[in-house]
Ligand binder design. Structure first.
Ligand code: ADP
Ligand code: MG
Length: 255
C-alpha cells in the first residue's frame, strides 16, 4: 500500500516538475518519523530541498551562459604575488554592489598578472548573486558585432547584450580593430554607460587606447564614459606565469 502511494506521489511530483522533492521525500519522511516532526515541518523541509536545488541549478545555468573560458576563483588567487593590488578592495567588488550601482571595473597591466583570473572570479561571484554575466574577449566581441551587422542582426545582438548585468571584455588592446569594429565596440560601451556594468581588462595604459580605438575623439569619449564611475586596478607586477615557470625550472635544477 505504502509502495503504491509512493509510486503515485513520485508520478505527481514528476508531473508537477518537482524532481528534488521526488528524489528526497522518502528519506525525509523517514527522518521526520524518527524525529517525530509534524506534517507542516516535513512539508517545509521537503519544499526547501526543491527551492535549494532550483537556486543551485539557476547559478549553474548562469555560469554556463556566462561562457567563461575556464573557471577560476578567488581561492586559487595568490594576492601576495601582486602587492600593488588591494585584496580588500577586490573582495569588496566580489560582493557585487558595484554591479547594482552600474559602475565599472578595469584591470590594467602587463600579461600574466592575473587580470583574466580576477575577471572570471568576479564574474562567477556575480553569477552566484543572480546576475547575468557574459565573458567576451574584445576580439571575439568585435568579430561577433561585425558579423551581426553584416547579417542585419546587430540590433538583436545589442538588445541581447543589453540584458547582461555584467559584460566582461577581456584583452582589450591585444588586437587592434578596423575603424568599423572599433565604432561598434564603442557603441556597446557607450550604451552601457550608467545603465549596466562593464569589466575591462587591458595590457595597455589608458594613454595608449587611441591605438585601439583609432582617433583621439572616440578614445576620449569612450574613456570618459568608462572611467566616470570605475574602479581601476593597475597590476604591473612580474608575470605570474613567468614566475611560476622560473620556480619550476629552479626546482628541477636543484633536484
Ligand atoms: P593576464 O590575464 O593578466 O594575462 P591571467 O589571469 O591569464 O593573466 O594569469 C595567467 C595564469 O597565471 C593563469 O593561469 C592564472 O590563473 C595564473 N595567475 C596569475 N596571477 C595569479 C595569482 N596572483 N595567483 C594565482 N594564480 C595566478
Ligand atoms: Mg588575460
Amino acid at each position: 500500500m505504502a509502495d503504491n502511494h509512493n509510486l503515485l506521489l513520485r508520478a505527481n511530483l514528476k508531473q508537477l516538475k518537482l524532481p528534488a522533492m521526488a528524489a528526497e521525500f522518502e528519506k525525509l519522511a523517514r527522518e521526520a518519523a524518527t524525529a517525530n516532526e509534524g506534517y507542516e515541518q516535513y512539508l517545509l523541509r521537503l519544499t526547501e530541498v526543491e527551492v535549494n536545488a532550483r537556486a543551485s541549478n539557476a547559478v549553474q545555468a548562469r555560469i554556463r551562459a556566462a561562457d567563461f573560458p575556464v573557471v577560476k576563483d578567488f581561492d586559487t588567487f595568490d594576492f601576495t604575488a601582486v602587492p600593488a593590488l588591494s585584496k580588500p578592495k577586490v573582495l569588496e567588488l566580489a560582493r557585487g554592489e558595484w554591479i547594482e550601482q552600474r559602475s565599472n571595473t578595469c584591470f590594467i597591466g602587463s600579461p600574466g598578472t592575473g587580470k583574466t583570473h580576477l575577471a572570471i572570479a568576479l564574474g562567477l561571484a556575480a553569477c552566484r548573486q543572480g546576475k547575468r554575466v557574459q565573458f567576451w574577449t574584445a576580439g571575439a566581441l568585435v568579430t561577433q558585432l561585425e558579423a551581426a551587422q553584416k547579417q542585419y542582426q546587430l540590433d538583436r545582438l545589442l538588445a541581447q547584450l543589453d540584458r547582461i548585468d555584467l559584460l566582461i571584455c577581456d584583452e582589450l588592446g591585444y588586437l587592434s580593430f578596423s575603424r568599423a569594429g572599433a565604432e561598434l565596440l564603442f557603441q556597446v560601451f557607450a550604451d552601457r554607460y550608467e545603465r549596466r556594468s562593464l569589466l575591462v581588462t587591458s595590457n595597455l595604459a589608458f594613454s595608449d587606447w587611441g591605438n585601439i580605438f583609432q582617433g583621439e575623439r572616440m578614445t576620449a569619449a569612450l574613456l570618459d564614459r568608462l572611467t566616470h564611475r570605475c574602479q581601476i586596478f593597475e597590476m604591473n607586477s612580474e608575470s605570474f606565469r613567468f614566475r611560476e615557470s622560473m620556480k619550476n625550472k629552479k626546482g628541477k635544477k636543484t633536484d
